[in-house]
Design a protein around this ligand. Structure first.
Ligand code: IFM
Length: 465
């Protein structure tokens, strides 16, 4: 039964003692030290250093300098009382050119991170791929090339062998939608390619990499280790046919092969002028369809769409689009409030998404692996405090939404705030701050914002303050 205020601004709601409260980051967004300890170049190094790709010419060269501030950051994580910390491992730190033997210095860094978490009683949740593909693999075709999926499995095996006894949950990929459609469709993300065919090819090779990665991990990690993938699923509302098409391309292109072992027939039909999906080889879908212990869900906002009467259907051929072949679909302006990203704030979308996953995949454990917001911080005169009321309000509403999902029988086991600290927000560079901890990019000093203190309170009491 759903209770509480209609605007999701509840307080006092209690979460189960076993609920996992965490915060998340990703390697390229925080680590810096891109030329150190044997790390090879990634597609994001190349992309961010190519003029015009990232706002202000920002790069991840220094980022939050987390690589050099590991101990300080571990203490920061512990000071907030987090149950778990979700981080990603940079593939080019482990295999500088994407293949071959492990770079011991890279493994040593993540070993220290994992040990530091365990020593502080914090569960390590490791993502193997959060977009920083070794450039050498992109030079061989990147996710257009099936061999990249096999290289990913080798990489997963190396990392699993080194850290498998201490990592609580393994996430193969973060948001493969972004890797495929923004990386190869619209070109807004690295490697900046713009082709519908390449985007769909990348979708499948990422799905394949997930399956091969899980199989490789299972060879080397203890049976108790949990396997997952994180998807940014789209809550698409509005006209049914337009919503169906976007749901097929954005959501079911991943959930169905991963969880049912098939690509949706409507997706194959919708995209037939671009591809016959013959890059899906016999046996692939059995590999992709591995049992999952938990599905990670990243949620930020909703979309409202309708088919446009005005424009002719855009041929689903090549051209820059994150949603290839959907030029006839209009994305409608939605009611506010909005975050600094321009995304609408709608916690009801999170409930809707979690409930729809509960209904489609009964029993599957779910974890919100990212939720949070970019806002402009109000820093006190002496810099010692940061008042981010908007972010607290955003988080309150989304924790309330998560609680409502729990009440309605969703098997939701955890919630991770994006992000632990301000960081490199991809094509927006450092212009958007998602952190609950402020990073001063001049001094690299960290200051917990009011939202961090609010979250600490929440975790300590297992209830929304
Ligand atoms: O910063 C990103 C993160 O890397 C992936 N999910 C969305 C976040 C905010 O845009």
């Amino acid at each position: 039964m759903t209770t509480g205020t209609p605007d999701f601004r509840d307080s006092g709601l209690r979460f189960p003692d076993t609920f996992i409260f965490g915060a998340a980051t990703a390697a390229y967004q925080i680590e810096g030290a891109v030329h150190e300890a044997g790390r090879g170049p990634s597609i994001w190094d190349t992309f961010s250093h190519s003029p015009g790709n990232v706002l202000g010419g920002d790069t991840g060269d220094v980022a939050d300098d987390h690589f050099h501030r590991l101990e300080e950051d571990l203490d920061l994580i512990a000071s907030l009382g987090l149950d778990a910390y979700r981080f990603s491992i940079a593939w080019p730190r482990i295999q500088p050119s994407g293949r071959g033997p492990a770079n011991e210095a890279g493994l040593e860094f993540y070993g220290r991170l994992v040990d530091g978490l365990v020593a502080r009683g914090i569960k390590p949740i490791a993502t193997l791929y959060h977009w920083d593909l070794p450039q050498a693999l992109e030079d061989e075709g990147g996710w257009r090339n099936r061999r990249t999926a096999y290289a990913f499995a080798d990489y997963a095996r190396i990392v699993g062998r080194a850290l498998g006894d201490r990592v609580h949950t393994w996430t193969t990929l973060n948001e493969p939608w972004c890797s495929a459609y923004l990386g190869y469709g619209s070109g807004e993300h690295a490697p900046g390619r713009q082709s519908a065919l390449e985007a769909f090819t990348a979708v499948h090779h990422l799905n394949l990499a997930h399956g091969l990665g899980v199989l490789a991990l299972r060879e080397v990690v203890p049976a108790s280790a949990r396997m997952s993938i994180t998807l940014n699923l789209h809550v698409v509302r509005g006209e049914a046919e337009a919503a169906r098409r976007l749901d097929a391309m954005g959501n079911r292109a991943f959930t169905w092969p991963l969880l049912k072992g098939v690509y949706p027939a409507d997706l194959l039909a919708d995209t037939r002028t671009v591809t016959d999906w013959s890059f899906v080889c016999p046996g692939d879908l059995e590999i992709v369809n591995q049992p999952l212990d938990v599905l990670g869900v990243n949620y930020y906002s909703t979309s409202l769409v309708r088919e446009s009467a005005a424009s002719e259907a855009q041929p689903a051929g090549d051209g820059a689009s994150a949603w290839p072949g959907t030029g006839d679909i209009e994305w409608l302006e939605q009611a506010g409030p909005r975050t600094e990203m321009g995304w609408n704030v709608d916690p009801s979308g999170l409930v809707e998404l979690l409930e729809s996953l509960r209904d489609e995949f009964p029993g599957l454990a779910l974890m919100v692996t990212e939720n949070g917001a970019a806002y402009t911080d109000v820093v006190s005169d002496n810099g010692s405090s940061v008042h981010d009321y908007d972010r607290i309000d955003f988080l309150r509403r989304h924790f309330t939404a998560a609680h409502r999902a729990l009440e309605s029988g969703v098997n939701l086991i955890g919630f991770f705030v994006w992000s632990l600290m301000d960081n490199f927000e991809w094509a927006y560079g450092y212009s958007k701050r998602f952190g609950i901890v402020r990073v001063d990019y001049e001094t690299l000093e960290r200051t917990p914002k009011d939202s961090a203190l609010w979250y600490k309170d929440l975790i300590a009491g297992r209830r929304i303050p």
